[in-house]
Design a protein around this ligand. Sequence first.
Ligand code: GLT
Ligand code: MN
Ligand code: MN
Ligand code: MN
Length: 373
Amino acid sequence: RFVPQPEDRFTFGLWTVGNRGRDPFGDAVRPTIAPTTIVRELSRLGAYGVTLHDNDLVPIDATPAERDRIVREFKAALDDHHLAVPMVTVNLFYDPVFKDGALTSAAPAVRRFAVDKAKRAMDLGHELGATIFVLWGGREGAEVDAAKDPRDALRWYRESLNELTDHIIRNGYPMRIALEPKPNEPRSDIYLPTVGSMLAFIQTLDHAERVGVNPEVAHAKMAGLNPVHEVAQAIDQQKLFHIDLNDQRIARFDQDLRFGSDDLKGTFYLVKLLEDSGYDGPRHFDAHPYRTEDIEGVWQFARGSMRSYLAYREKVRRFHQDGEIQAVLARIQKLHSEGPAIDGEASLNWWRERGYAYEELDQLVTELLLGMR
Ligand code: GLT
Ligand code: MN
Ligand code: MN
Ligand code: MN
């Protein structure tokens, strides 16, 4: 029970288990783990795949020969351990050249470099079999709005994305782009901060059909929003191309907590939404092990992420099978569908006086999560 299998479609970024525990106030606490080691360990733990930024695998200053050797060895490890790479992304935030944005930099030279870097990351992704290309615009934002008109930034963003979808189409890649919103950090304000704003922006692109979203639980919470409702809107628009699973407390810095470790009820409803909707994409964990952990703790973190998903999934199954919960739900539905049409004072009062039994339902869900049912 709760043993992850490849068919569960669990994936991890190289940068998640490989995170060295740096924070703005302290240096690395763990050594670098080689990508090929990460592949071996994730496979041993039952993951389906691994994801990466271009530079998680290939250093930004690698020669073409070095790049080819690194990619060859990585592919051999994927083959040996039967791990897939369903998604790749591009690092447009670490190098100082991107200090004022990449695709929305005010400097055309920086935008050119960024778009070309993204194209090369797409080529790498295609070579590894990825069909999803995530773009997290972490540096696409501002502190000083006097320096850059946000309308210009959006226009540059759009032009860059149009060039990237053209690249995909011209090369015949079966690839789609998933834009990942975040409200702030590392910028004071990041453009297109929520799933809703991304969805509206996507409709202005040349190839909107190729572009969807990659919501992250923590990012929605940082914006003070309900991740379940954000993801539901993406599903409603058929734009949930990928998802980043982690956890986060409201009104704190970007925590990247282990999936399902903090908000039990919120996580339950998210897993319920993913499972009930038939979402069949990767369950991608984008979180960091605590800074207190050594390498053993890193693998505990990876194992725990997957076990927790399976445990929440089991709770969803029980929710649907629990006689009492289903009876309350049926009662609520019957009330809503069979209550009188409103055509006068008596029927108005009928609705005004009716209780909805949500307290009863919510308590049952709470007890389910607490292991009492
Ligand atoms: C970075 C960020 C994540 C993004 C990754 C993709 S990198 O760690 O915090 O939310 O998904 O660029
Ligand atoms: Mn994040
Ligand atoms: Mn993310
Ligand atoms: Mn984060």
